[in-house]
Structure formats: C-alpha cells, structure tokens
Design a protein around this ligand. Structure first.
Ligand SMILES: Cc1cc2nc3c(=O)[nH]c(=O)nc-3n(C[C@H](O)[C@H](O)[C@H](O)COP(=O)(O)O)c2cc1C
Length: 190
C-alpha cells in the first residue's frame, strides 16, 4: 500500500458506501400518492429478485408503504438531481410533491404507486413484511414484481452510459445535496 489509510469517524462510515444510485421511492394508498428520495436502497437477492430500502419512520412514504404493502424505486438521472433533493427535503403529508415539482408520472404495471417520467429505471416492489426490521431499523425488504429501464442507457441486461447523453447518468448522493454522476467504464476483462 503506497499511502497510509486515514481513519474515518464511525459516524461518517456509511458515506464510504453511500454512493450507489439515489432513487425516488413512490407510493400510493387510498387515492393519495407520494414520492421521496432515498440513498439507502440496494439489491438483496437474485431469484426471486429482492431489494431493500430504508424508509424513516417519520416520513409520509412510510405510512403509505405500510398501508399498501407496495412501493416503486425510480432511478433518476442527472437531469432530475434538483427534483430529487426537493422531494427529499419536504414531506408530502400536506402537499402533492408531483404537482409542486412538476414531476409527471405514468402507471405501474403491477402496483398502484405511480412511476416518475424522466427516470431511467423503475422497479415495482411488494413488501415482504418483517415487523422487527421495519420498527427497529426502518428497513423494508421487498420482492421486485416488475422492472423497466430506458433502453438508451440499459440494454442487453447492462447499463450502457458511455453511449448516451451525460444527462442520463445515475446520480450518487454524497452528502448535503452533493452528488456524483456515474463515471467512466472500467473493463476488468480486457
Ligand atoms: C439525497 C437524499 C437521500 C435520502 N435518502 C433517504 C433514505 O435513504 N431513507 C430515508 O428514509 N430518507 C431519505 N431521505 C430523506 C427523505 O427523502 C425525506 O425525509 C422526505 O422529505 C420524506 O418525504 P415524505 O414525508 O413525503 O415521505 C433522503 C433525502 C435526500 C435529499
């Protein structure tokens, strides 16, 4: 090792892994819909495909997800970075954030939560209830029941960001509304 590692305060350790794609969590129940940002979402299993996402207890999303047992993870590109911070900063408890931030939606295939137009991937999810994980860690495990992606950037089962506009790249939250967008290809097979 050429350089000595520097200690990272444990309170900041999560930031070392925090830059997976930030997502928009959409939800709906009894005619009410909502959207929030989430940086803490990741794949969990292949078959059946599962994901996990942290949805804090105080969010309105949490109420809608627990009531409906469903949510969608929408993957926003760079062009939606500002909207991502906006929907991640205010609560939808007393407003329709889709209208407020001019986010258009389209219908999901298998769930009632809407999908956000302009995103580059959409995963429709049904919660696998686990009261302990949900109450103790705000952690939701869900099965992915439908998935779609923008073919300009995801084709043949792979992301192809290098062939598309930079505006279509995923955004990765670091802290305080500061993101990186995904960078260069590194092909370890060549
Ligand atoms: C970039 C970003 C990432 C966020 N990640 C999460 C997350 O992973 N989990 C979470 O519970 N809240 C997260 N938040 C905060 C929620 O998006 C925020 O509390 C939101 O206002 C909740 O909205 P709601 O009350 O309408 O559901 C994030 C916010 C931002 C801006």
């Amino acid at each position: 090792m050429s350089l000595s590692p520097e200690d990272v305060p444990l309170a900041k350790a999560y930031r070392l892994l925090n830059h997976g794609p930030t997502v928009l969590v959409t939800s709906a129940h009894s005619g009410t819909r909502n959207v929030m940002a989430a940086a803490w979402a990741m794949p969990l299993d292949f078959q059946p495909p599962k994901v996990l996402v942290v949805i804090a207890a105080e969010t309105f999303t949490r109420h809608l997800v627990e009531a409906s047992g469903e949510f969608a993870l929408n993957v926003p590109p760079r062009s939606l970075a500002r909207a991502t911070v906006e929907v991640g900063t205010v609560s939808g408890r007393s407003m329709d954030k889709f209208q407020q931030y001019r986010l258009k939606t389209f219908s999901a295939k298998c769930i009632s939560a809407p999908l956000v137009e302009g995103c580059i991937a959409w995963l429709e999810c049904k919660v696998i209830p686990n009261a302990y994980n949900q109450s103790q860690y705000d952690l939701f495990v869900a099965e992915v029941v439908s998935a779609q992606a923008d073919p300009r950037v995801f084709a043949d089962g792979r992301w192809k960001f290098e062939y598309a506009s930079e505006d279509l790249r995923t955004i990765h939250h670091v802290a305080g509304g500061h993101f990186y967008s995904i960078g260069d290809v590194v092909n370890a097979n060549q």
